[in-house]
Design a protein around this ligand. Structure first.
Ligand SMILES: [Zn+2]
Length: 199
């Protein structure tokens, strides 16, 4: 038997010896068993279920993907704008910071507000930071919504000069430096956001 004792959360590589069947119940998807010995069939993090003694390997990708569900709140930045939707890269999911996450979602023009929004650019601009809710998941594509008072833009820069915009009215913003006025679908706590905006 190996002297190394494996712990929950340890990183393993494909082919590594994990233990014996007397110790663990091997997961068929991520391990293989030969002559009572269990080996990893993929590289990832060891997960040991203490009650069942079940051992399995999960990759980070799977682990993170599992935690994004319909109903989750996300904060992200608008990366691009199309005719009927904007694309958002997530910074956080349910207030947990996920640096370098590759989660990505879309907000369709019909999902921006309870009120009619004619043009995407009346509600969002590239680089805006937005709080949204996950309303649909299709593999790793997430559809988001900003209907609801607490959802929408929580930080925006002037499209002309880049200075942070100041709220001057309902969904109205103004740049103090150049005087440019813009509209957004604002979250009701714009300028009073408690979420960390420095990602
Ligand atoms: Zn400006």
């Amino acid at each position: 038997m190996s002297k190394k004792s494996l712990k929950d959360g340890d990183i393993t590589v494909t082919g590594e010896y994990l233990g014996v069947v007397e110790e663990f119940l091997p997961d068929k998807q991520s391990t293989f068993t030969k002559e009572g010995k269990i080996y990893a069939t993929k590289t990832g993090m060891i997960s040991i279920n203490k009650q069942e003694r079940k051992i399995e390997i999960s990759t980070h990708q799977e682990k993170e993907r599992k935690i994004v569900k319909v109903g989750d709140m996300v904060i992200g930045v608008i990366l691009f704008s199309r005719q009927y939707s904007v694309g958002i890269s997530f910074y956080t999911i349910n207030n947990k910071i996920h640096f370098n996450s590759h989660y990505f979602g879309n907000i369709h023009v019909s999902q921006i507000s309870d009120r009619y929004v004619e043009k995407i650019r009346d509600a969002f601009q590239i680089t805006d930071i937005v709080r949204a809710r996950v309303v649909e998941q299709n593999y790793n594509e997430y559809k988001l919504s900003t209907t609801g008072k607490n959802l929408g833009v929580i930080y925006a820069d002037c499209v002309i000069c880049g200075k942070p915009l100041i709220k001057i009215g309902y969904n109205k913003l103004r740049c103090e430096r150049c005087g440019n006025q813009e509209t957004r679908k604002l979250a009701n706590d714009f300028e009073n956001v408690s979420d960390n905006l420095r990602f």
